[in-house]
Design a protein around this ligand. Structure first.
Ligand code: KG4
Ligand code: ZN
Length: 348
């Protein structure tokens, strides 16, 4: 079966066709994955402007879906179901995808599958590499999320911890902004960090030891926190006045070392605690070169298989939503036509 995936949760309008392979070890193959990025529109404002995002999704959605079918050499009659991101994300953006998917499913007489955006990021690992040995611990790290999930059974995601304040990608974007490096911050800090000294300046490390009063069911010591680090960078920059190019690179390198260390430490702590047979990192920040390298190194040292998406599957895309949709559809879950977008949809 082929499934059409649709993703509009933030600032990328994306549609993809993903096909089942019949191979249980590597269950899905990408037929097409079209992404219309709005980055040039939002760059001007230094971040995503929800109203502009929503309007641009409306302009792009029809063409993006048509293109995804064309690239896959498919028509509506070749598609067996439609999967769409229900949430979390920007509600005005999500609504465009959900409304389009419902209308298309009704018109073509196809089943509709509602997908959680983070389930999509987690399944991007399986789409890229094949099934992960379970139990697996997966870090989902993007502009909106930094969360650890335990996957004991395929398609079931148990939340272990998350950030208490900023997401890691958000911290990259804010630090880039205060260094005057533009939006999005992740790729440019990643590039500059390679030329800097990652021990040049003193910035605080973050380790939470106390439980979160807002989520007493979670132990809390695997939680993340990045806003203190961001504030420390701000103080450093203010105290120095203007920074030379090499000083900016040093700030980027030190910031990146601390973020990556905190992500990798918690991920492998969780893997040990839950006797994981594999670990993975997904989401926009998984494109980070240092994070990718440290994941592989640590995995080799701990003799545990590590999983990453390709760079194209790291950031938001509809192929991962189609993959998670196939998983859900095969488990017997479809959505009714009164499906609504949910900006704060929980997972696990
Ligand atoms: O998954 P994604 O496309 O959208 C969300 O769901 O948030 O992630 C976008 C985030 C942005 O914050 C961006 O700065 C970050 O991923 N990012 C990176 C890199 N490439 C993108 N962060 C660090 N290093 C990178 N190379
Ligand atoms: Zn995302």
């Amino acid at each position: 079966m082929k499934i059409l995936g649709i993703e509009t949760s933030c600032d990328e309008t994306s549609a993809a066709v993903v096909e089942e392979t019949g191979d249980a070890a590597k269950p899905w193959a990408i037929q097409s994955n079209v992404i219309a990025s709005q980055v040039p529109i939002h760059r001007e404002w230094g971040g995503v402007v929800p109203e502009l995002a929503s309007r641009q999704h409306i302009r792009d959605i029809c063409g993006v879906v048509e293109r995804a079918l064309l690239d896959a050499n498919a028509t509506w009659t070749d598609v067996g179901a439609i999967a769409v991101t229900q949430g979390p994300g920007l509600v005005g953006s999500l609504l465009v995808g959900v409304a389009f998917a419902k209308a298309a499913a009704a018109a073509a007489g196809l089943p509709l599958v509602a997908v959680h955006h983070l389930a999509g990021h987690i399944e991007s690992l399986v789409l890229q590499n094949g099934e992960m040995p379970l139990p697996a611990v997966v870090l989902v790290v993007s502009g909106g999320h930094t969360s650890l999930y335990l996957v004991e059974h395929a398609g079931e995601y148990q939340l272990l911890s998350r950030t208490r304040d900023d997401a890691a990608g958000e911290a990259y974007d804010k630090v880039a902004k205060l260094l005057g490096l533009g939006y999005p911050g992740g790729p440019v800090i990643d590039r500059l960090a390679r030329t800097g000294n990652d021990r040049a300046i003193q910035l605080p490390t973050m380790r939470l030891t106390h439980a979160d009063r807002n989520a007493p069911e979670l132990k809390g010591d695997l939680d993340f926190s990045f806003s203190g680090l961001k504030t420390a960078v701000l103080r450093h920059v203010r105290s120095r006045g203007s920074l030379s190019e090499s000083e900016v690179a040093d700030v980027c390198a030190t910031f990146q070392r601390l973020v990556v260390t905190s992500l990798i430490e918690r991920l492998f702590d969780a893997a040990r605690r839950h006797q994981a047979k594999s670990v993975g990192i997904a989401g926009g920040v998984s494109a980070n070169s240092r994070l990718r390298a440290e994941l592989r190194d640590r995995g080799l040292r701990r003799e545990i298989p590590t999983f990453l998406p390709s760079l194209q599957l790291s950031t938001d895309n509809a192929a991962m939503i189609a993959a998670a949709g196939l998983r859900k559809y095969r488990a017997g879950h479809t959505a009714a036509f009164d499906l609504n977008a949910d900006a704060a949809l929980p997972l696990g």
